[in-house]
Design a protein around this ligand. Structure first.
Ligand code: NAD
Length: 386
């Protein structure tokens, strides 16, 4: 018998039972559900990461849908439990869903939602922040000030890297990678080299137009290049930011051999998923190359760091906060709730998961559609004509 898990209940007499494994920002997502006759149960357990047993206890005997988190292991066991409880809807409160076994969800006929479109700029802004923080050694300098060590201006004090005119490398130029590339090109006039399985046409056009704009003003233009291999990016770029999805093809994409091909003073940023980088190899590389710097939002064994990383002065490390702006987190909560609600109500799937603004409007009811269901095709769910 699983231990009971503490919850907070909204609209106790609602017809559909929706469980959220965490309290999420804002209350709009709760009202969107209770206005449509849902009883909403929010887990209030103090521990950060719920076990599979905790979630089974939350699902209970009757549950129509669950909103879950990327820290949870949504596989065969949980989808079987949700299906037994009569549930057909699950949504991650995240755009990535490497914590979800989509095949298992398909087997039990459970729709899997994610929350694209609202994380793009916020995540790209954190990647840009980490790039600057690493380039200008801001954390080291801040610690130095607070320790009372500053006794006057010195020519060598915390000398870092100038970004202007250098090359930014992007691996995975999808939504977030492209937004980050634009920020670094537009904001710091860096040249761009990128690697992706697909051509980032809009990004290329933007950099071309921006380069022409600069040239017309008598300034040094910016250039872009689509690399034919990832290694080309690693060899040529001064700042490299990782933005691919995590799957078998991107696991340990950055390893010992590839780190060795990067410039000695390069900056590596990871706001994708921890296992994209072999963190043990990274710690060793940071030790051997004090001018190589890294900015990390994600870690291979989250919430833990590999031994030695915390001691490295050339690493800037933050606790997976890339999507942590109020607008984004509230938007993620709304989209996750509407994915679950839409499936419960039998709504079709929104045609373009990248254009989710109509679901975010606080003053108008959202469209009668599921904003983003990743296994819609596999489940044969209809697409909205709205
Ligand atoms: N740190 C955070 O809080 C945070 C926030 C949001 C997203 N993310 C991560 O960022 C990822 C990207 O998000 P997105 O919205 O930009 O997704 P996206 O699907 O728009 O972009 C991913 C890109 O990676 C490319 N790609 C896939 N395999 C590749 C490979 N082997 N080599 C190079 N490129 C490859 C794809 O072609 C695609 O263009 C998510 O899957 C998620 O894991 C992290």
């Amino acid at each position: 018998m699983a231990k009971p898990v503490s919850i907070e209940v909204w609209n106790p007499n609602g017809k559909y039972r929706v469980v959220s494994t965490k309290s999420m920002p804002g209350t709009r997502w709760i009202y969107l559900l209770i206005e449509q006759d849902c009883r909403v149960e929010i887990c209030t357990e103090k521990k950060t990461i719920l076990s599979v047993e905790d979630i089974i206890a939350l699902i209970g005997h009757k549950c129509d849908g669950v909103i879950g988190q990327l820290t949870e292991d949504w596989g065969e066991t949980l989808f079987a439990a949700l299906s037994r409880a009569g549930g057909t809807a699950f949504s991650n409160m995240a755009v990535g869903y490497n914590n979800v076994d989509v095949n298992a969800a398909n087997k039990y006929g459970v729709a899997v939602g994610n929350t694209p479109g609202v994380l793009t700029e916020t995540t790209a802004e954190l990647a840009a922040s980490l790039s600057l923080t690493a380039a200008r050694r801001i954390v080291e300098a801040d610690e130095f000030m607070r320790a009372g060590l500053y006794d006057g201006w010195l020519p060598h004090l915390f000398v870092g890297n100038l970004l202007k005119g250098q090359t930014v490398g992007v691996i995975g130029a999808g939504r977030i990678g492209s937004a980050y590339a634009r920020m670094m090109v537009e904001g710091f006039k860096m040249n761009l080299i990128y690697y992706d399985l697909y051509q980032a046409t809009r990004l290329e056009k933007f950099v071309t137009a921006y380069g022409e704009f600069l040239k017309a003003r008598g300034e040094q233009p910016v250039y872009w290049k689509r690399a034919s291999t990832m290694d080309e990016v690693l060899r040529e770029a001064d700042v490299i930011s990782l933005h691919p999805i995590l799957d078998k093809t991107t696991y340990h994409l950055i390893n010992k051999e590839r780190l060795a091909t990067m410039k000695k003073e390069a900056i590596l940023v990871n706001c994708s998923r921890g296992p994209v980088v072999d963190e043990v190899a990274l710690v060793e590389h940071l030790k051997q190359n004090p001018m190589f710097r890294v900015g990390l939002d994600v870690f291979e064994d989250e919430p833990f760091m590999k031994p030695g990383l915390a001691e490295m002065k050339n690493a800037v490390i933050v606790p997976h906060i890339a999507s942590a702006s109020k607008w984004t987190r509230e938007g993620m909560a709304k989209l996750a709730a509407l994915n679950v609600l839409g499936k419960i109500k039998g709504y079709p799937i929104w045609g373009d998961p990248n254009r989710v603004e109509p679901f975010l409007n606080e003053n108008a009811p959202p469209p009668a559609a599921c904003p983003s269901i990743v296994n819609a095709k596999a489940l044969g769910l209809p697409v909205s004509k709205l």
